[in-house]
Structures are given as C-alpha cells and as structure tokens.
Ligand binder design. Sequence first.
Ligand SMILES: Cc1cc2nc3c(=O)[nH]c(=O)nc-3n(C[C@H](O)[C@H](O)[C@H](O)COP(=O)(O)O)c2cc1C
Length: 187
Amino acid sequence: MRLATVYGSPTPPGKMARALGLIEREARERHPGWSVERVAPRDSAGPVVATWDDEAVRRIGEADAVVLASPVYRGSLTGTLKLLIDMLPNEALRSKPVGILTVAAAPHHFLSAERHLRDILGWFGALTAPNSAFFVDTEFRTDDVTDDVRAALGEFTAQVVTLAERLDGREFGPDPLTVRYAKKTAG
Ligand SMILES: Cc1cc2nc3c(=O)[nH]c(=O)nc-3n(C[C@H](O)[C@H](O)[C@H](O)COP(=O)(O)O)c2cc1C
C-alpha cells in the first residue's frame, strides 16, 4: 500500500521535515507492505510560496493514505499547501485516510492550521484521522528528538495506516456537498 507524505512548506527542509521524516521511517520500518513517497513542492516562488507539478497531484490520487504536513503560517496552513489542495480533483481524497501534522513556533497555536485543514478535508469527503500530530518547532531543532515525540509520531503513523488497512478502500456516503450539487446541476 502507498502512503503519500506531503511536505507543505515553501522553505527548504527544516524542522517540520524532521517530524515528517520520522513518520516516513515509522511507516517503512514498522508497517510491512507499505511504501512511502514524499510529495514536495517543485520550486520556490518567493519566501512563502512554492509551486507543485501534476506529478504531486497524481501521487496523492494514487495513494492509499496521505499525511498532510504544514507549518502554521499566520494562524493557518501555508499558502503553499493550499495551492496543492486547490489543484486536486474533487475525488482525490474521498474516503481516504488523511493524517494532519502541524508545527508552530507558539504552543497556543496548536489548532490553528489543523482546524482549517479539517474543514477543507470535510469538503473532499476525506477520512480525516481523529488524532492529529502537533509539535512546537523547537522539538525538532536537532536530530535529537525526545522519546515522547517519537512515540507520538509512531502512534500517529499507526493510526493512519491502520485506518487504510482496515477499511481497505471502502467508500462512505452520503456524497460530499460538492458531488451532490454537481449531480443536481447536471440533472
Ligand atoms: C510566514 C510565517 C508565518 C508564521 N506564522 C506563525 C504563526 O502564526 N504561529 C506560530 O506559532 N508560528 C508561526 N510561524 C513559525 C513556523 O510555524 C515555525 O517556525 C515552523 O517550524 C516552520 O517550519 P520549518 O521549520 O519546517 O520551516 C510562521 C513562520 C513564517 C515563516
């Protein structure tokens, strides 16, 4: 099975990349039968924006489960990640397990990006994993990450892959609003 891990940051790999790297390692080492592909922006279009290619969209569409990772920017997800999300076809995440990983400088911003991502994933009819992973960025200042953080990332990874394994591609209804609206206007 395929796990797509989305590096939703415009900056070169930094603290969030360490967290995402540990999730990827967990999936490879502890979950036999899973392959992991990191989906990262193609190039930078300035200090806070990077762009994506069609390959990124294809990989997400073909994945059995997805981890969306974003630093908190201005109390929300990055514009870079939103650009990718806006490129996805409506059905790309339907009934698909999606885990949310966010990092921020300030601990009180722990829900900032997550709650916005949950709204967006609801629009797609994604199967958003109930427990997200949030960390203050200082946890990943170096490769020397605490056991607690590693354990949390391990549980987070197990949650996402188990959802995909147990549900085995099952689709859930009712259709998301966008599908129902499209049917109505077509008919
Ligand atoms: C444009 C911008 C906006 C940010 N906004 C917030 C914010 O609203 N709240 C917060 O806690 N951290 C904020 N941060 C800090 C980042 O979330 C944090 O440094 C994160 O670790 C960056 O990810 P990286 O280390 O992988 O590059 C912001 C950083 C940037 C560059």
